[in-house]
Design a protein around this ligand. Structure first.
Ligand code: IMP
Length: 430
């Protein structure tokens, strides 16, 4: 059963890319299963830094194949740009290194224009989307009007389908949102060019992966965003339009349930969020500045895709327990523990209070989070810089007790802790 799934347990940006990068070394396939170029991770190889939004980071490991599953929505312009950047950097991006599901859906300029127009129309109650056309592309898919990758295999009918799709969207753009229409013919021409370049990558990904798994090869499923942004299980309506949770990996790759081995949840040592929506443990002032950083470093809390400063707060163990349950996590990875150095005391939210009652877990999932007040447990902080720690024993007692509190309250072991931005700045726990 060699399918491992890496999942964000929070609102995205947990540091999943780092964990995937670490595990990709022993994986034959690294597969994305949800979302699109709303995701973003920075991978450092030697002295080169790659910012990838769509292509799984497995492409950077010469022996593994990168896979884009049917659960994704793909902007072909972004995909081709990333492939070109990688190619220019000497990375092999030939079709046998990247497989694109025939059933993944396309993001078009109409989806981008609709995302923007809808966010503007929402005014103050906007979702704070990444404006990458994600929601509208999944709407096309669910309303059975989407364009799948396989449509590109016949360029003549594809050009007609794109034109009809843009003309359809133009009626909404002009009629409802009063914005300029798109040039349907120009978009169709552009997409025919994309089709010519992407056709060699299109494959029956579900069959490729199932056969590989049955033959004992290892597949690493890489979730984008996080549990609390899941369309069904997140802080609805302030969510993305796909399924980042573990179940999404099976649907988004077309795999049977029996292959799953490890379900690895990644959590930051504190909480962050970009975009709107409830956040019970949110902080401002000095502590927030400490957690967020000034923005001068790539690992400071500013969005990789949007550049927006992230909202920050204390670690919420009620939500982490929820993520353990919804995903069936077998283990946890805690990232950015080093950022807590110098904060004393520390707090974690271990229950919520509502109508005078203290409750340990969410009664109806996280949709109504705004109604709850966090109940904090105070923990001792530490002053030491822990970036050079590599073993459990190297961590100060207070840092160890912080990790043990997470394990005790969530009921799953912490296997890995990241203590700095470099690849080797990790503590592996046996
Ligand atoms: P969308 O996915 O662009 O529709 O955005 C919906 C919500 O998900 C917004 O609050 C975004 O900020 C958030 N979001 C989407 N992708 C990411 C991500 O990769 N990291 C963190 N937040 C994300």
């Amino acid at each position: 059963m060699p399918l491992d799934i890496v999942i964000g347990t929070q609102w995205g940006d947990e540091g999943k890319g780092r964990v995937v990068d670490l595990l990709a070394g022993s994986a034959d396939f690294v597969a994305r299963y949800n979302g699109g170029d709303n995701a973003g991770h920075t991978v450092t190889v030697g002295d080169r830094i790659f910012k990838l939004h769509l292509v799984p980071s497995g492409i950077l490991h010469p022996h593994s194949v990168a896979v884009i599953g049917n659960g994704l929505v793909v902007n072909p312009a972004v995909l081709l740009e990333e492939l070109e950047t990688l190619n220019n950097a000497g990375v092999d991006v030939s079709p046998d290194r990247l497989r694109l599901s025939y059933a993944a859906h396309l993001i078009t300029p109409a989806h981008l224009a609709l995302d923007r127009a809808q966010e503007l129309a929402r005014g103050k109650s906007n979702i704070g989307t990444t404006l990458r056309g994600i929601g509208p592309a999944y709407v096309s898919k669910a309303s059975r009007q989407g364009l799948r990758m396989e449509a590109m295999l016949d360029v003549d009918t594809f050009a007609d389908a794109i034109r009809a799709h843009i003309e359809d969207a133009n009626r909404m753009l002009t009629g409802i949102f009063h914005v300029e229409p798109l040039d349907a013919r120009a978009v169709a021409n552009q997409f025919v060019d994309y089709a010519r370049r992407l056709t060699p990558y299109i494959a029956d990904v579900a069959a490729v992966l199932s056969d590989a798994l049955a033959a004992g090869r290892r597949v690493l499923a890489e979730g984008a965003q996080g549990t609390l942004l899941d369309l069904d299980h997140g802080t609805y309506p302030f969510v993305t339009s796909s399924s980042p949770v573990a179940g999404g990996a099976l649907i988004g790759l077309g795999l049977g349930i029996g292959f799953v081995e490890r379900v690895i949840g990644v959590t930051k040592a504190f909480q962050t969020r970009v975009g709107s929506g409830p956040f019970p443990t949110e902080l401002d002032g000095e502590t927030a500045l400490h957690l967020r950083g000034s923005g001068s470093q790539p690992w400071d809390e500013y969005g990789t895709t949007t550049g927006r400063p992230r909202r920050v707060g204390w670690l919420d163990l009620v939500l982490l327990r929820y993520a353990v349950r919804v995903n069936g996590l077998t283990e946890l990875v805690v990232s950015k523990l080093d950022i807590l150095s110098g904060l004393d005391p520390l707090f974690v939210c271990s229950a919520y209070r509502m109508d005078g009652k203290t409750i340990p877990d969410l009664p109806f999932g996280p949709g109504n989070l705004a109604r709850f007040e966090p109940v904090y447990t105070q923990l001792p902080g530490w002053r030491e810089d822990i970036q050079s720690a590599r073993r459990w024993e190297d961590l100060p007692a207070a840092a160890r007790s912080y990790i043990l509190t997470i394990e005790e309250q969530c009921g799953v072991p912490v296997r890995l802790i990241s203590v700095g931005p470099e690849r080797d700045q990790i503590v592996v726990i046996d």
